[in-house]
Design a protein around this ligand. Structure first.
Ligand SMILES: C[C@](O)(CO)[C@H](O)COP(=O)(O)OP(=O)(O)OC[C@H]1O[C@@H](n2ccc(N)nc2=O)[C@H](O)[C@@H]1O
Ligand SMILES: Nc1ncnc2c1ncn2[C@@H]1O[C@H](COP(=O)(O)OP(=O)(O)OP(=O)(O)O)[C@@H](O)[C@H]1O
Length: 306
Protein backbone atom coordinates (compact mmCIF):
# COMPACT_ATOMS: atom_id res chain seq x y z
CA UNK A 1 0.00 0.00 0.00
CA UNK A 2 2.99 2.33 0.36
CA UNK A 3 4.20 2.22 -3.22
CA UNK A 4 4.91 4.37 -6.26
CA UNK A 5 4.13 7.70 -4.67
CA UNK A 6 6.88 9.11 -6.82
CA UNK A 7 7.06 8.43 -10.48
CA UNK A 8 9.30 5.58 -11.56
CA UNK A 9 10.68 7.98 -14.15
CA UNK A 10 12.28 10.10 -11.47
CA UNK A 11 14.36 7.14 -10.36
CA UNK A 12 15.40 6.39 -13.91
CA UNK A 13 13.35 3.17 -13.98
CA UNK A 14 11.35 4.49 -16.91
CA UNK A 15 13.70 6.92 -18.65
CA UNK A 16 12.02 10.02 -20.05
CA UNK A 17 12.70 11.08 -23.61
CA UNK A 18 15.56 13.51 -23.40
CA UNK A 19 13.59 16.67 -24.11
CA UNK A 20 10.99 16.00 -21.39
CA UNK A 21 11.31 16.86 -17.74
CA UNK A 22 9.38 15.68 -14.72
CA UNK A 23 8.51 17.64 -11.59
CA UNK A 24 7.04 15.93 -8.54
CA UNK A 25 4.09 17.89 -7.16
CA UNK A 26 3.86 16.90 -3.49
CA UNK A 27 0.76 17.46 -1.34
CA UNK A 28 0.72 19.19 2.06
CA UNK A 29 -1.03 18.68 5.34
CA UNK A 30 -1.66 21.39 7.92
CA UNK A 31 -0.13 20.56 11.30
CA UNK A 32 -2.06 23.56 12.62
CA UNK A 33 -4.31 26.30 11.29
CA UNK A 34 -5.26 29.43 13.19
CA UNK A 35 -7.09 32.48 11.88
CA UNK A 36 -5.88 35.78 13.34
CA UNK A 37 -8.24 38.18 11.55
CA UNK A 38 -10.01 39.13 8.34
CA UNK A 39 -8.39 41.46 5.82
CA UNK A 40 -10.21 44.17 3.86
CA UNK A 41 -10.26 42.04 0.71
CA UNK A 42 -12.08 39.24 2.56
CA UNK A 43 -8.99 36.99 2.83
CA UNK A 44 -8.13 35.67 6.28
CA UNK A 45 -4.90 36.37 8.09
CA UNK A 46 -3.67 32.95 9.12
CA UNK A 47 -0.93 31.37 11.19
CA UNK A 48 -0.50 27.76 10.18
CA UNK A 49 2.12 25.04 9.99
CA UNK A 50 2.39 23.34 6.62
CA UNK A 51 4.14 20.01 6.09
CA UNK A 52 4.97 18.39 2.74
CA UNK A 53 4.04 14.71 2.35
CA UNK A 54 5.10 12.26 -0.32
CA UNK A 55 1.65 11.75 -1.87
CA UNK A 56 2.30 13.39 -5.22
CA UNK A 57 1.23 14.12 -8.77
CA UNK A 58 3.73 13.92 -11.64
CA UNK A 59 3.99 16.96 -13.87
CA UNK A 60 5.71 16.17 -17.17
CA UNK A 61 6.72 19.09 -19.36
CA UNK A 62 7.95 19.13 -22.91
CA UNK A 63 8.77 22.06 -25.16
CA UNK A 64 6.31 23.30 -27.80
CA UNK A 65 6.78 26.11 -30.27
CA UNK A 66 3.69 27.94 -29.10
CA UNK A 67 0.53 27.52 -27.03
CA UNK A 68 -0.20 25.51 -23.90
CA UNK A 69 -1.50 21.96 -24.27
CA UNK A 70 -2.64 20.02 -21.22
CA UNK A 71 -3.43 16.35 -20.73
CA UNK A 72 -4.24 14.36 -17.61
CA UNK A 73 -4.62 10.64 -16.86
CA UNK A 74 -7.97 11.20 -15.08
CA UNK A 75 -11.11 12.53 -16.73
CA UNK A 76 -12.48 14.73 -13.95
CA UNK A 77 -10.13 17.72 -14.18
CA UNK A 78 -10.58 20.65 -16.56
CA UNK A 79 -7.91 20.81 -19.28
CA UNK A 80 -8.34 24.48 -20.12
CA UNK A 81 -7.52 27.84 -18.51
CA UNK A 82 -9.42 26.83 -15.37
CA UNK A 83 -6.75 24.27 -14.54
CA UNK A 84 -4.16 25.75 -12.17
CA UNK A 85 -1.33 24.03 -14.05
CA UNK A 86 -2.44 25.72 -17.29
CA UNK A 87 -2.72 29.07 -15.53
CA UNK A 88 0.74 28.70 -14.01
CA UNK A 89 2.26 28.05 -17.45
CA UNK A 90 0.42 31.01 -18.97
CA UNK A 91 1.63 33.26 -16.17
CA UNK A 92 5.29 32.22 -16.47
CA UNK A 93 5.30 32.54 -20.27
CA UNK A 94 3.67 35.99 -20.16
CA UNK A 95 5.80 37.24 -17.26
CA UNK A 96 9.10 36.21 -18.89
CA UNK A 97 8.04 37.21 -22.41
CA UNK A 98 9.27 33.85 -23.68
CA UNK A 99 7.97 33.13 -27.17
CA UNK A 100 7.47 29.44 -26.55
CA UNK A 101 4.70 27.06 -25.58
CA UNK A 102 4.60 23.92 -23.46
CA UNK A 103 2.97 20.50 -23.34
CA UNK A 104 1.92 19.60 -19.79
CA UNK A 105 0.93 16.06 -18.79
CA UNK A 106 -0.44 15.44 -15.31
CA UNK A 107 -0.48 12.07 -13.55
CA UNK A 108 -3.02 12.79 -10.82
CA UNK A 109 -2.79 11.02 -7.45
CA UNK A 110 -3.61 13.80 -4.96
CA UNK A 111 -7.36 13.83 -4.33
CA UNK A 112 -9.13 16.97 -5.57
CA UNK A 113 -10.84 19.61 -3.37
CA UNK A 114 -9.48 17.67 -0.41
CA UNK A 115 -7.55 20.22 1.68
CA UNK A 116 -4.22 18.83 0.44
CA UNK A 117 -3.34 21.68 -1.97
CA UNK A 118 -3.40 19.41 -5.01
CA UNK A 119 -4.04 22.16 -7.54
CA UNK A 120 -1.51 24.45 -5.84
CA UNK A 121 1.12 21.69 -5.92
CA UNK A 122 0.58 21.24 -9.68
CA UNK A 123 0.83 25.00 -10.28
CA UNK A 124 4.05 25.21 -8.26
CA UNK A 125 5.53 22.24 -10.15
CA UNK A 126 4.78 23.93 -13.49
CA UNK A 127 6.53 27.12 -12.32
CA UNK A 128 9.61 25.14 -11.19
CA UNK A 129 9.50 22.95 -14.28
CA UNK A 130 9.30 25.79 -16.82
CA UNK A 131 12.16 27.50 -15.01
CA UNK A 132 14.21 24.34 -15.53
CA UNK A 133 12.97 23.45 -19.03
CA UNK A 134 13.71 26.87 -20.53
CA UNK A 135 16.49 27.89 -18.13
CA UNK A 136 14.63 31.05 -17.17
CA UNK A 137 16.83 31.84 -14.19
CA UNK A 138 13.93 32.76 -11.89
CA UNK A 139 15.05 32.74 -8.27
CA UNK A 140 12.94 31.20 -5.52
CA UNK A 141 11.40 34.52 -4.51
CA UNK A 142 10.27 35.25 -8.05
CA UNK A 143 8.75 31.78 -8.37
CA UNK A 144 6.90 32.22 -5.07
CA UNK A 145 5.70 35.73 -5.99
CA UNK A 146 4.27 34.42 -9.27
CA UNK A 147 2.75 31.49 -7.40
CA UNK A 148 0.97 33.73 -4.91
CA UNK A 149 -1.09 35.28 -7.70
CA UNK A 150 -2.49 31.78 -8.37
CA UNK A 151 -3.33 30.84 -4.78
CA UNK A 152 -2.32 31.30 -1.15
CA UNK A 153 -0.86 27.78 -0.84
CA UNK A 154 1.30 28.00 -4.00
CA UNK A 155 4.35 29.83 -2.50
CA UNK A 156 4.75 27.01 0.05
CA UNK A 157 4.25 24.37 -2.65
CA UNK A 158 7.15 25.86 -4.65
CA UNK A 159 9.54 24.59 -1.96
CA UNK A 160 7.62 22.13 0.22
CA UNK A 161 9.34 21.14 3.45
CA UNK A 162 7.89 22.31 6.75
CA UNK A 163 7.05 25.95 7.39
CA UNK A 164 5.01 28.31 9.48
CA UNK A 165 2.87 30.28 7.02
CA UNK A 166 1.54 33.68 7.98
CA UNK A 167 -0.14 36.56 6.15
CA UNK A 168 -2.59 34.82 3.83
CA UNK A 169 -0.18 31.88 3.68
CA UNK A 170 2.68 33.50 1.76
CA UNK A 171 4.97 34.64 4.59
CA UNK A 172 7.02 31.54 5.20
CA UNK A 173 9.31 30.69 8.08
CA UNK A 174 10.95 27.34 7.35
CA UNK A 175 11.36 24.84 10.19
CA UNK A 176 13.98 22.16 10.45
CA UNK A 177 13.98 19.06 12.57
CA UNK A 178 10.78 17.18 11.80
CA UNK A 179 11.63 13.73 10.52
CA UNK A 180 9.93 11.31 8.18
CA UNK A 181 6.78 9.98 9.87
CA UNK A 182 3.89 7.76 8.77
CA UNK A 183 0.78 9.73 7.84
CA UNK A 184 -2.46 7.97 6.99
CA UNK A 185 -5.01 10.02 5.02
CA UNK A 186 -8.68 9.32 4.40
CA UNK A 187 -11.02 11.44 2.35
CA UNK A 188 -14.79 11.00 2.43
CA UNK A 189 -16.53 10.96 -0.92
CA UNK A 190 -17.18 14.70 -1.12
CA UNK A 191 -15.27 17.84 -2.03
CA UNK A 192 -15.10 21.01 0.04
CA UNK A 193 -15.02 24.59 -1.23
CA UNK A 194 -12.30 26.57 0.57
CA UNK A 195 -14.08 29.97 0.22
CA UNK A 196 -17.30 28.48 1.63
CA UNK A 197 -15.47 27.16 4.70
CA UNK A 198 -13.67 30.46 5.39
CA UNK A 199 -16.96 32.32 4.96
CA UNK A 200 -18.75 30.07 7.41
CA UNK A 201 -15.84 30.33 9.81
CA UNK A 202 -16.67 34.04 10.22
CA UNK A 203 -20.08 33.13 11.63
CA UNK A 204 -18.83 30.36 13.91
CA UNK A 205 -17.73 30.64 17.50
CA UNK A 206 -14.19 29.33 17.93
CA UNK A 207 -13.66 26.77 20.66
CA UNK A 208 -10.02 25.70 20.54
CA UNK A 209 -6.95 27.31 19.01
CA UNK A 210 -3.49 25.89 18.40
CA UNK A 211 -0.50 26.78 20.55
CA UNK A 212 1.66 27.44 17.49
CA UNK A 213 4.82 28.27 19.47
CA UNK A 214 4.63 24.96 21.37
CA UNK A 215 4.06 23.04 18.13
CA UNK A 216 7.08 24.73 16.53
CA UNK A 217 9.27 23.65 19.44
CA UNK A 218 7.98 20.08 19.18
CA UNK A 219 8.66 20.01 15.42
CA UNK A 220 12.20 21.26 15.93
CA UNK A 221 12.73 18.53 18.55
CA UNK A 222 11.15 15.95 16.20
CA UNK A 223 8.61 15.15 18.92
CA UNK A 224 6.02 13.64 16.59
CA UNK A 225 3.87 12.40 19.44
CA UNK A 226 3.48 15.89 20.92
CA UNK A 227 2.64 17.32 17.49
CA UNK A 228 0.09 14.55 16.85
CA UNK A 229 -1.59 15.08 20.20
CA UNK A 230 -1.71 18.90 20.04
CA UNK A 231 -2.60 19.66 16.42
CA UNK A 232 -5.54 22.10 16.09
CA UNK A 233 -7.24 23.40 12.94
CA UNK A 234 -9.83 26.11 13.62
CA UNK A 235 -11.57 25.29 10.31
CA UNK A 236 -12.21 21.70 11.39
CA UNK A 237 -15.37 22.39 13.47
CA UNK A 238 -16.75 24.42 10.55
CA UNK A 239 -16.29 21.66 7.96
CA UNK A 240 -17.36 19.00 10.47
CA UNK A 241 -20.60 20.87 11.08
CA UNK A 242 -21.25 20.82 7.32
CA UNK A 243 -20.06 17.21 6.93
CA UNK A 244 -20.21 15.19 10.18
CA UNK A 245 -18.39 12.32 8.45
CA UNK A 246 -15.16 14.31 8.98
CA UNK A 247 -15.59 13.86 12.74
CA UNK A 248 -16.36 10.20 12.24
CA UNK A 249 -13.14 9.59 10.28
CA UNK A 250 -11.12 11.41 12.94
CA UNK A 251 -12.59 9.14 15.63
CA UNK A 252 -11.91 6.07 13.50
CA UNK A 253 -8.26 7.11 13.00
CA UNK A 254 -7.80 7.36 16.77
CA UNK A 255 -9.66 4.10 17.36
CA UNK A 256 -7.32 2.38 14.88
CA UNK A 257 -4.27 3.56 16.82
CA UNK A 258 -3.25 6.98 15.47
CA UNK A 259 -1.19 9.07 17.89
CA UNK A 260 -3.33 12.02 16.83
CA UNK A 261 -5.62 12.93 13.94
CA UNK A 262 -6.89 16.15 12.40
CA UNK A 263 -8.52 17.58 9.29
CA UNK A 264 -6.12 19.17 6.78
CA UNK A 265 -6.76 22.71 5.46
CA UNK A 266 -10.41 23.35 4.73
CA UNK A 267 -10.94 19.59 4.50
CA UNK A 268 -12.49 17.17 4.17
CA UNK A 269 -9.38 14.92 4.28
CA UNK A 270 -8.45 13.70 7.76
CA UNK A 271 -4.91 12.51 8.50
CA UNK A 272 -3.43 10.62 11.41
CA UNK A 273 0.16 10.13 12.59
CA UNK A 274 1.40 6.61 13.35
CA UNK A 275 4.66 5.60 14.98
CA UNK A 276 4.69 2.11 13.52
CA UNK A 277 4.18 0.95 9.97
CA UNK A 278 2.35 -2.18 11.20
CA UNK A 279 -0.29 -0.18 12.99
CA UNK A 280 -0.61 2.29 10.11
CA UNK A 281 -1.10 -0.48 7.56
CA UNK A 282 -3.72 -2.17 9.73
CA UNK A 283 -5.59 1.13 10.06
CA UNK A 284 -5.25 1.60 6.28
CA UNK A 285 -6.95 -1.77 5.68
CA UNK A 286 -9.75 -0.94 8.12
CA UNK A 287 -10.43 2.50 6.66
CA UNK A 288 -10.30 1.09 3.12
CA UNK A 289 -13.41 -0.95 3.96
CA UNK A 290 -15.42 2.29 4.29
CA UNK A 291 -13.65 4.88 2.13
CA UNK A 292 -12.37 4.71 -1.43
CA UNK A 293 -9.67 7.36 -1.00
CA UNK A 294 -7.23 6.22 1.67
CA UNK A 295 -3.46 6.81 1.36
CA UNK A 296 -0.46 5.88 3.41
CA UNK A 297 2.23 8.51 3.05
CA UNK A 298 5.21 9.96 4.87
CA UNK A 299 6.18 13.46 5.88
CA UNK A 300 9.05 14.55 3.67
CA UNK A 301 11.33 17.43 2.90
CA UNK A 302 12.26 16.80 -0.70
CA UNK A 303 13.47 19.94 -2.35
CA UNK A 304 14.86 21.60 0.77
CA UNK A 305 17.06 18.56 1.41
CA UNK A 306 18.76 18.79 -1.96
C1 LIG B 1 -7.12 26.25 3.64
C2 LIG B 1 -5.70 26.36 3.14
O1 LIG B 1 -5.47 25.37 2.15
C3 LIG B 1 -4.75 26.06 4.29
O2 LIG B 1 -3.45 25.75 3.87
C4 LIG B 1 -5.40 27.74 2.56
O3 LIG B 1 -5.64 28.75 3.52
C5 LIG B 1 -6.20 28.02 1.31
O4 LIG B 1 -5.30 28.13 0.27
P1 LIG B 1 -5.76 28.15 -1.28
O5 LIG B 1 -6.79 27.13 -1.55
O6 LIG B 1 -4.49 28.17 -2.08
O7 LIG B 1 -6.46 29.56 -1.32
P2 LIG B 1 -6.81 30.50 -2.57
O8 LIG B 1 -7.02 29.68 -3.79
O9 LIG B 1 -5.82 31.63 -2.59
O10 LIG B 1 -8.18 31.10 -2.05
C6 LIG B 1 -9.41 30.46 -2.16
C7 LIG B 1 -10.39 31.23 -1.29
O11 LIG B 1 -10.18 30.90 0.09
C8 LIG B 1 -10.33 32.03 0.92
N1 LIG B 1 -9.08 32.30 1.65
C9 LIG B 1 -7.91 31.71 1.28
C10 LIG B 1 -6.75 31.92 1.98
C11 LIG B 1 -6.80 32.79 3.10
N2 LIG B 1 -5.71 33.06 3.82
N3 LIG B 1 -7.98 33.38 3.44
C12 LIG B 1 -9.11 33.14 2.75
O12 LIG B 1 -10.17 33.67 3.09
C13 LIG B 1 -10.74 33.18 0.00
O13 LIG B 1 -12.15 33.23 -0.01
C14 LIG B 1 -10.26 32.74 -1.35
O14 LIG B 1 -11.02 33.29 -2.40
N1 LIG C 1 -4.36 20.82 -11.47
C1 LIG C 1 -5.42 20.78 -10.65
N2 LIG C 1 -5.51 19.80 -9.72
C2 LIG C 1 -6.57 19.78 -8.87
N3 LIG C 1 -7.59 20.64 -8.91
C3 LIG C 1 -7.56 21.61 -9.81
C4 LIG C 1 -6.47 21.73 -10.71
N4 LIG C 1 -6.70 22.81 -11.46
C5 LIG C 1 -7.86 23.33 -11.07
N5 LIG C 1 -8.41 22.61 -10.08
C6 LIG C 1 -9.68 22.93 -9.41
O1 LIG C 1 -9.38 23.52 -8.14
C7 LIG C 1 -10.35 23.17 -7.17
C8 LIG C 1 -9.66 22.86 -5.83
O2 LIG C 1 -8.88 21.72 -6.01
P1 LIG C 1 -7.61 21.39 -5.07
O3 LIG C 1 -7.40 19.93 -5.20
O4 LIG C 1 -6.49 22.28 -5.37
O5 LIG C 1 -8.24 21.75 -3.65
P2 LIG C 1 -7.65 21.65 -2.21
O6 LIG C 1 -6.86 20.39 -2.05
O7 LIG C 1 -8.79 21.86 -1.26
O8 LIG C 1 -6.67 22.87 -2.15
P3 LIG C 1 -6.27 23.76 -0.91
O9 LIG C 1 -5.82 22.81 0.16
O10 LIG C 1 -5.15 24.60 -1.49
O11 LIG C 1 -7.50 24.56 -0.54
C9 LIG C 1 -11.15 22.00 -7.75
O12 LIG C 1 -12.46 22.45 -7.95
C10 LIG C 1 -10.49 21.66 -9.08
O13 LIG C 1 -11.42 21.41 -10.12
Amino acid sequence: MYVYLYSKAEFGVTPLEHNKIIEIATAKVNLSLDVLGVLENGYHEVEMILQEIDLADDIILEPRDSGIALSCDVGYLPLDASNLAWRAADLVLKETGLEKGVQISIVKRIPVAAGLAGGSADAAAVIRGLNRLYQLGMDLETQQRLGLSLGADVPFCVTGGCAVARGIGEKLEYLEGFGSHWVLLAKPNLGVSTPAVYQRYDQTEIVGRPDTAALIRAIQADDMRYVAEHMVNVLEPVTTQMHPIVGKIRRQMLQYGADGAMMSGSGPTVFGFFRQYGRASKAYKNLKKSYAQVYLARTTNRRLER
